[in-house]
Ligand binder design. Structure first.
Ligand SMILES: *Cc1c(COP(=O)(O)O)cnc(C)c1O
Length: 384
């Protein structure tokens, strides 16, 4: 059996370091809001060349809290891609705003910047591009459009930790960048975890306050920033200034992430090498290989081909115990949970045409060349 990803193989390669750090946390008696989280926030901000990083409970919360910190809520429109994991759209609806979907580019599967322009109205407040499968979206055009119409850009970089776009990290280019450390992500912890990065002090302070019930000194600072006031506050720490939520990265997960962050570039480099091996073969066959735009470096969170005979390939791979998958079979605008938005079949021509052709292959840093050759051979057999 070749799995789609192999998390236990990675654990075995760093087991001693992880066990030492996790025991350290267990013995310390400090499990929430301690030094491991502070250290991770510092290193993660530095890794992304950003001023601030705020640990939160998961990637969905990172999106919700960033949107709230940007003041986005009821009645606002937020333009996002029609092709992503459900959480992208769910986060927009959970702050009371309406997601407005744009079509995708057939070669990168990322949001089509020209379609964003067409979807802008008086109510548009933000754009949420997703760097899908680890491949950076066209940020040059997206940032230009945002600047022209005075919109926030909140990057969903949950699949793209470490990816580069013209020398900048995915997540570091907009007003805020959101990350998930779900175990299978390129930088995954051993439970749920997430982070927000930003260079905007206002967003950093408000996001941090919101993630901790709007209380304490940070809550007071956030309150003063939002209201332009100069309240002195109450030294009582049970004073709450904003209605936020409880969304924290915990000490055990932060300790794990501190170990894993040091390996991230090496792991991403291996993913890239393996993806390029797939590309070098499949480019000679009637399938579409994933395309990196000039100046971008994808981190291949997921390696996805598109092929007319997608179902045939899927069947052949599964017949040989190779775990290929279909990410994500339903575009967001056709999800039942979003039917109140009133979209219908035919609204996103490219997404609807390309999605039924997509197939994702096993790709992870520990995948061996022998395994990769077995996968390649099986696919080529169905194509010739
Ligand atoms: C994983 C993911 C999320 C959500 O992250 P969680 O940590 O599972 O909440 C959001 N957007 C995208 C594109 C993702 O891949």
């Amino acid at each position: 059996m070749i799995p789609i990803t192999d998390l236990s193989a990675q654990y075995k390669s760093i087991m001693e370091e992880i066990q030492k750090e996790v025991s350290g946390v267990l013995e310390s008696g400090s499990y929430i809001m301690g030094k491991h989280v502070r250290q991770f926030e510092e290193s993660f901000a530095a890794y992304n060349s950003c001023k601030y990083a705020i640990g939160v409970a998961n990637g969905t919360d990172a999106l919700v809290i960033s949107l709230m910190a940007a003041g986005i809520g009821k009645g606002d429109e937020v333009i996002t891609t029609s092709f992503s994991f459900f959480a992208t759209a769910e986060a927009i609806t959970s702050v009371g705003a309406n997601p407005v979907f744009a079509d995708i580019d057939a070669d990168t599967y990322n949001i089509d910047p020209d379609d964003i322009e067409r979807k802008i109205t008086d109510k548009t407040k933000a754009i949420v591009p997703v760097h899908i499968f680890g491949n950076p979206a066209n940020m040059r055009k997206i940032l230009n459009t945002a600047a022209k119409h005075n919109l926030y850009v909140i990057e969903d970089a949950c699949q793209a930790v470490g990816a580069l776009y013209k020398g900048k990290r995915a997540g570091s280019m907009g007003n805020a960048g959101c990350f998930s450390f779900f175990p299978s992500k390129n930088l995954g912890c051993y439970g749920d975890g997430g982070a927000i990065i930003t260079n905007d002090e206002r967003i950093a302070v408000i996001a941090k306050a919101l993630s901790r019930h709007g209380g304490g000194k940070t809550g007071l600072r956030a309150y003063n920033l939002i209201n332009g006031s100069n309240e002195k506050g109450n030294p009582d720490k049970y004073c709450n200034y904003l209605i936020g939520c409880n969304s924290r990265l915990d000490e055990i997960q932060a300790a794990i992430l501190n170990v894993k962050l040091k390996h991230l570039d090496r792991w991403n480099e291996r993913r890239r090498e393996k993806a390029h091996l797939y590309n070098s073969i499949f480019r000679n066959y009637p399938v579409n290989i994933p395309k990196e735009e000039t100046g971008s470096q994808s981190v291949y969170h997921i390696y996805t081909l598109s092929a007319r005979n997608r179902d045939g390939i899927l069947k052949a791979l599964r017949g040989q115990e190779i775990d290929a998958r279909v990410y994500y079979s339903i575009p967001l605008h056709l999800q039942k949970g979003l039917e109140h938005l009133g979209y219908k079949k035919g609204d996103m021509k490219v997404a609807e045409e390309v999605i039924p052709c997509m197939i994702s292959l096993p790709l992870y840093p520990e995948l061996t060349t022998k395994e990769q050759n077995r996968i390649i051979k099986c696919i080529i057999n169905t194509l010739t």
